[in-house]
Design a protein around this ligand. Structure first.
Ligand code: 13P
Ligand code: SF4
Length: 311
């Protein structure tokens, strides 16, 4: 048996023995997605974490996803294959600075994207993901004053589609801000019938060229439902694995970043997770996500509110 299959067997045996589940985001490598019990977007991972019967959750994604799982199920053990798998978007909103920003905007409802630290969630009224943000903001009173953090591109997009004038925190994701408009225009010329799919964290100049804007799950659904056979994808390239798996006869082309030798965009935080690290973390039960009780109790409220409002 080769090394990879041996690892897969060992991971599956440990998973059974420890009553563990492996949860993976769509931006994980193909081999991690293939061994996971659930593969989903941020909302699906949170919903799963809130309801799982497993004793251990191994969250193959980035740190805030592990934290969200731990906040929702504080009695369960939550492991991550690599504790350095952070998120540039979450990092762009430090809790102490955000607290001051909130003070400068009194009487505002604080809506935060799930890509935030637990500390930022304690300052938040309602958490949203890319799947439910529009639906949740539409439910807020028409005259409500709202702060949206941390992604300025997503916030700007939401202001446009909801007709709101939310005050935006000036944060961004280093992967989604990097897609090249020029290279996308060139690809559109090369593939004139292709549909352009973009995640709302992309810059407005990319979103303007998109046929569909949505969460990873929404983009995946579109590729399955739409009759087009070619798609230009402006989000992290891990999603191409699932798209190709569901629609083997269709062609998926990643939109390249501005200044890279590579022809696809990867989130280097997401890609810190490997099969080897996944095996070691299940075996040794570390790195583990821990959250102070006080923080967990405050941070769970805006997440539960989100789960309620997105039904
Ligand atoms: P989704 O919730 O759409 O999967 O997005 C998560 C993310 O980190 C996007 O960069
Ligand atoms: Fe964070 Fe961007 Fe990576 Fe998503 S792609 S996890 S927003 S750094």
């Amino acid at each position: 048996m080769d090394k990879k299959n041996e690892l897969i067997e060992k991971i599956n045996a440990l998973k059974k023995e420890k009553n563990a589940v492996i949860m993976a985001h769509y931006y994980q490598s193909a081999e991690i997605q293939d061994i996971a019990d659930i593969v989903g977007d941020s909302l699906a991972l949170a919903q799963w974490a809130a309801n799982t019967k497993a004793d251990i959750m191994v969250v193959c994604g980035v740190h805030f996803m592990g934290e969200t799982a731990k906040i929702l199920s504080p009695k369960k053990k939550v492991l991550v294959p690599d504790k350095n798998a952070g998120c540039s978007l979450a990092d762009s909103c430090p809790a102490d600075e955000f607290a001051k920003f909130i003070q400068q905007h009194p009487d505002h409802i604080v809506v935060s994207y799930v890509n935030t630290t637990a500390a930022v969630k304690t300052l938040t009224d309602i958490v949203v993901t890319s799947t439910n943000a529009r639906k949740i903001i539409d439910q807020l009173p028409k005259d409500a004053k709202i702060i949206f953090a941390p992604d300025r591109n997503f916030g700007n997009y939401l202001n446009n589609v909801t007709g709101r004038n939310m005050v935006l925190w000036n944060g961004g994701c280093h992967v989604h801000e990097q897609f090249s408009v020029e290279k996308l225009i060139e690809l559109k010329r090369q593939y004139p019938t292709a549909k352009v799919l973009a995640h709302p964290e992309c810059k407005n100049s990319v979103l303007q060229l998109a046929d569909v804007i949505g969460s990873t799950q929404a983009l995946l659904n579109y590729t399955q439902q739409n009759t087009a056979t070619e798609f230009l994808i402006a989000t992290e390239s891990g999603i191409l694995h699932e798209m190709q798996k569901h629609s083997p006869h269709k062609r998926f082309i990643p939109v390249p970043p501005i200044d890279s030798m590579h022809d696809c965009n990867e989130c280097h935080y997401m890609r810190l997770n490997t099969l080897e690290k996944l095996y070691a973390c299940l075996r040794d039960e570390t790195p583990e996500i821990t959250i102070a009780t006080d923080t967990q109790k405050k941070a769970i409220r805006p997440i539960l509110k989100m789960l309620e409002m997105s039904k």
